[in-house]
Design a protein around this ligand. Structure first.
Ligand SMILES: Cc1ncc(COP(=O)(O)O)c(C=O)c1O
Length: 419
């Protein structure tokens, strides 16, 4: 059933390409995959993926319908779809490219990151099941797991990040899966993937990791033995703050049920978004390199600044997960969170004085964005509730874009005078 709309002549890059002497096979690099993987042969010979904007697909006659349905249900997929809710060639091309980048057998595209997370968990879990999540998750993910799922009879336990004993103790006979995020939003906590996977393996549990902040260029969770990786493709994967999308990638046997469930609940993306996402993916490697470098320079600058209290960036030895980062991650992405030496009002003055980053939620795009989580994403919580989640009034989340680092630093220097 998976990829039933994939043409048989899909130009997915094979695992191995050949170097110039044609004798030594080598694996295609990440950027080569990002530029070429998942291309479908198309009748127009266009270098770009055709944008197939359609709600439904036609058949020549009833015999063709019969053949299609037989092959869809019991045979080799014929490489087409019968209806837009079950498949679309532009979406298929985006999914193939995303799967290649994550080293996955398959990927399923959704209309947003939250739709990917919620549809996946609803498809995997049933009333009476239990899941364990690590704390510091993106706030809506945590809300979905601890509140929404509870309404459907699915229980959830929250454990501190990388606390081996707490994780082991949280596992119950009805536990089905472990869910985490890495790096986390907004404190850049890093999951110790090795430990997480080992515990899950011992208890025969599925593991799911939201790797939005990392992207496949900084971490490939599947290579560490994680079962399913999730992204808000709204962020780095698309990279231009111009669309909402989400993706789940992993083994076909795990995704077949999800794809069927997606067709039932209608949790789909659309072809235009998929074509924009494909364009964004082509430059992912270049952008992540720049995000990593810019964020590193800004984190170092902030750590040395007298008006700054604390910086949350995993390459700094002061970060709680510094050692895990050295062992397991190739880079730490573009988000730098930090607290200033002042109250909420002086923090707001710093934000308002910044001239390059735009005051907005979200992250992962070419433009630098800043926000004060206490007055936007966590606005309705009391100060005490916010503090329990580590969201202090003086916390700033800076999503470092791809501008010139020297300009961003000069801008921060002048704004920090306002503390
Ligand atoms: C780590 C993480 N996961 C998931 C999401 C949700 O993604 P979306 O906004 O595309 O639904 C976000 C959004 O900020 C996020 O930061």
């Amino acid at each position: 059933m998976a990829n039933n709309h994939l043409p048989s002549d899909t130009l997915t890059l094979s695992e191995e390409i050949f170097v110039a002497d044609l004798s030594a096979p080598r694996k295609a690099g990440d950027s080569t995959q990002a530029v070429h993987s998942g291309r479908l042969e198309n009748p127009y010979h266009s270098i770009t993926e055709p944008l197939v904007s359609t709600a439904t697909f036609t058949f020549e006659n009833t015999q063709a319908v019969n053949e299609y349905m037989r092959s869809k249900l019991w045979g080799e997929p014929l490489g087409r779809s019968e209806y837009g809710r079950y498949g679309n060639p532009t979406i298929t091309a985006a999914e193939a490219r995303l799967a290649a980048l994550e080293g996955a057998e398959e990927a399923v595209l959704f209309a947003s990151g939250m739709q990917a997370i919620s549809t996946l968990l609803l498809s995997l879990l049933s009333a009476g099941d239990h899941l364990v999540i690590t704390e510091n998750l993106y706030r809506k993910t945590r809300q979905f797991c601890t509140s929404t799922l509870q309404r459907y009879g699915i229980a959830c336990t929250v454990v501190p990040m990388n606390d081996e004993n707490a994780l082991r103790q949280a596992i119950q006979p009805n536990t089905r899966l472990l869910f985490s995020e890495s790096p986390t939003n907004p404190h850049n906590r890093l999951l110790d993937i090795e430990q997480f996977v080992t515990i899950a393996y011992e208890h025969h549990l599925l593991t799911v990791v939201d790797s939005t902040f990392a992207t496949p260029f900084n971490l490939r969770p599947l290579e560490w033995g994680v079962d399913l990786v999730i992204h808000s493709a709204t962020k780095y994967l698309s990279g231009h703050n111009d669309l909402l999308a989400g993706v789940v990638a992993g083994r076909h046997e795990l995704l077949a049920g999800l794809r069927e469930f997606q067709g039932i609940v209608g949790a789909i993306s659309d072809a235009y978004v998929a074509s924009l996402l494909i364009r964004g993916l082509k430059t992912l490697g270049l952008r992540i390199q720049r995000h990593n470098e810019n964020a590193q320079r800004i984190a170092e600058f902030l750590a040395a600044h007298p008006a700054v209290e604390r910086v949350w960036y995993p390459s700094l030895p002061s970060h709680p997960d510094y050692a895990i980062g050295l062992r397991q991650y190739k880079g730490f992405g573009g988000v730098v969170s930090f607290t200033v030496k002042g109250d909420g009002a002086s923090t707001a003055r710093v934000l308002d004085a910044l001239q390059i980053p735009l005051l907005a939620v979200s992250l992962g795009g070419t433009e630098s964005l800043v926000s004060q989580p206490a007055v936007i994403s966590y606005y309705e919580l009391s100060r005490q509730e916010r503090r329990a989640l580590g969201i202090d009034d003086n916390l700033i989340r800076y999503s470092v874009g791809i501008e010139d680092a020297a300009d961003l630093i000069a801008d921060l220097e002048q704004a920090l005078q306002k503390v």
